[in-house]
Design a protein around this ligand. Structure first.
Ligand code: VGL
Ligand code: ZN
Length: 211
């Protein structure tokens, strides 16, 4: 028996070239999520994508802080900030979605990380929880009650998106074979799964939906 997907949204997080093999902030095997997500899309009537979309002067880029390297930390708008390689710059090829990802049924794309002063992992809020992309209200206004999260990276944007989804009251699922971790430290992906589970995110495999 397939799941009932009434009032359900498929959320595709940051499946962009820079997070895929060969990209500036590549997730190992990140491209393996693409065929899974494409199959999942056939089962949903309501699909939303998020897009990491930084200005070139973004404060999360190591290159914008003299003497700093990716993986080092700074303070950005009062928050501890890990520094990243330059990635997903507005207008660049790296910011584009994987060419094989089928966007035909997408209702909307929510962009994030546009404010140079603060990073934004979640598709709902920036890391300071000041900026709101509008995704939460959008889903609520459409009568969405269940959110199924997929995409990249499991230990950053996917994790924070799923946690915010729970906090906004959506019944939230993570489709575990439709995400991959960047694993800056070993086990980050596993730790992220534990954290999500503890917060109330329901972990499922795509086989529960694709038949
Ligand atoms: C992401 C690091 C920086 C992600 C975005 O999509 O997981 N990670 N920006
Ligand atoms: Zn980013």
């Amino acid at each position: 028996m397939a799941m009932n997907l009434k009032n359900s949204a498929l959320l595709i997080v940051d499946v962009q070239n820079d997070f895929l093999p060969g990209g500036a902030l590549a997730v190992t095997d990140g491209d393996e999520v693409v065929p899974v997500i494409n199959q999942l899309q056939e089962q949903f009537n309501f699909i939303v994508a998020t897009q990491d979309f930084h200005p070139a002067d973004h404060g999360s880029f190591a290159a914008n802080h003299e003497g700093k390297k990716p993986g080092e930390f700074i303070e950005l708008s009062g928050l501890q900030q890990i520094l990243w390689p330059v990635h997903c710059v507005q207008g660049s090829e790296g910011a584009e979605f994987h060419a094989d990802l089928n966007p035909i049924k997408w209702t909307a794309i929510f962009q994030k990380g546009k404010n140079p002063e603060v990073d934004s992992y979640s598709g709902f809020f920036d890391n300071a929880r000041r900026g709101d992309t509008g995704l939460g209200d959008f889903l609520q206004n459409e009568g969405i009650m269940n959110v199924f999260v997929t995409g990249l990276a499991q230990d950053y944007c996917v994790k924070y998106t799923a946690l915010d989804s729970v906090s906004l009251g959506f019944k939230t699922y993570l489709i575990t074979d439709a995400t991959r971790a960047v694993n800056l430290s070993a086990e980050d992906g596993e730790k992220a799964l534990e954290e999500m589970k503890k917060a109330g995110v329901i972990l499922i495999e795509s086989s529960a939906i694709i038949n």
